[in-house]
Design a binder for this molecule. Structure first.
Ligand code: 0L1
Ligand code: MG
Length: 256
C-alpha cells in the first residue's frame, strides 16, 4: 500500500496534477506512515535522476500550525529539479502555487543525532542565504490533514536562493523583518523569530526529527527553515518582491 500511494504522489508531483487526499481513500494512515510514503516517493524521483539536495521545515510558525490544528512542525525533502536557477516561476506544471520568504542554511559538515545543539548547527554552517519557497499542495483546494501533507512532501514544489550569501555571524538571524510585495503592493510582513523562535532552532529540530527516522543532514545540503510570513497566492503575470531587512532583496516573476 505504501509503495502504491508513494508512486501515485510521485507522479502527481512530477506532472503538477491535483489529486484527492490520500486519507479519503486510506483513513487508517497515520503521520508515521506518511513519512514513509514521503521517503519512498522522493526515492522514485532520485532513481529517475533528480538527486536529493536538501531538506525543508514546514509549519514552523504558530499561525501555520493552528491552520492545520497541530503543535509540531513537519519536514520535507528538496531535490535538484525544485531549485529555480533564474527568478522566474513557470505556472505550467504547477497547480495553485504560493510563495513564502525563508532563511536558508547551507552546510559544510554532516549533522545528526538527537542531542544536536544550535552550536553544532552554527559550526556546520557554510553560509546563510535568503530564499523564496514555492509551495504547491497536490491536494484539491490546498486542503489536507497532517498525514496528507507529510506524504505530499510538505507541499514542496520549487525554491530559489538569493545570489548573495552571508556568514552565520553576519547578523542576528532571528531579527530579520521581511515584507512581501505582490505587484508593488505590500501583502505580508513578518519577523524571522516566528520560525520556531530562531531559524537555527528549525535546523536543530529538523536534525532531531530525521534522526529518529534514521537519517542525517549531509555536508552541502540546503535547509529551508520555514516561512517568515504567510504564503501568498501567485498566478501568471505576478511579480513578487521580498524585502529582507539588512539583506539583499529577492524577486520572483511568474509566467505562463
Ligand atoms: O513550507 C511550508 O510551511 C508548507 C508546509 C505545509 C503546509 C502548507 O502547504 O501550507
Ligand atoms: Mg516553507
Amino acid at each position: 500500500m505504501i509503495t502504491e500511494i508513494a508512486n501515485k504522489i510521485y507522479l502527481h508531483q512530477k506532472n503538477g496534477k491535483e489529486m484527492d487526499k490520500i486519507t479519503n481513500h486510506y483513513p487508517e494512515l497515520n503521520v508515521s506512515n506518511a513519512y514513509e510514503i514521503q521517503k519512498v516517493s522522493i526515492d522514485y524521483a532520485i532513481k529517475n535522476g533528480d538527486p536529493l539536495i536538501g531538506w525543508k521545515m514546514g509549519l514552523t510558525s504558530i499561525a501555520k500550525q493552528k491552520s492545520v490544528n497541530v503543535d509540531e512542525p513537519i519536514y520535507g525533502r528538496l531535490t535538484q529539479s525544485m531549485e529555480l536557477q533564474t527568478s522566474v516561476l513557470k505556472m505550467e506544471g504547477t497547480i495553485h502555487p504560493r510563495v513564502e520568504p525563508e532563511i536558508a542554511f547551507v552546510l559544510n559538515k554532516p549533522l545528526f543525532g538527537s542531542d544536536i545543539t544550535a552550536e553544532d548547527v552554527w559550526n556546520a554552517t557554510e553560509y546563510i542565504v535568503p530564499a523564496l519557497e514555492v509551495i504547491d499542495s497536490r491536494y484539491k483546494n490546498f486542503s489536507f490533514t497532517l498525514t496528507d501533507v507529510v506524504a505530499d512532501n510538505a507541499s514542496s514544489s520549487k525554491f530559489i536562493l538569493g545570489e548573495k550569501t552571508y556568514s552565520p555571524t553576519y547578523t542576528a538571524w532571528e531579527q530579520i523583518n521581511v515584507e512581501l510585495y505582490k505587484n508593488g503592493e505590500k501583502v505580508q510582513s513578518g519577523i524571522s523569530s516566528d520560525v520556531l523562535n530562531h531559524p537555527v532552532e528549525s535546523v536543530v529540530k529538523l536534525v532531531k526529527m530525521i534522526s529518529k527516522n534514521g537519517y542525517q543532514l549531509d555536508a552541502g545540503m540546503i535547509i529551508l527553515t520555514g516561512g517568515i510570513t504567510e504564503a501568498v497566492h501567485v498566478g501568471a503575470g505576478d511579480l513578487i518582491e521580498a524585502h529582507f531587512e539588512g539583506l539583499e532583496n529577492m524577486t520572483l516573476r511568474v509566467e505562463k
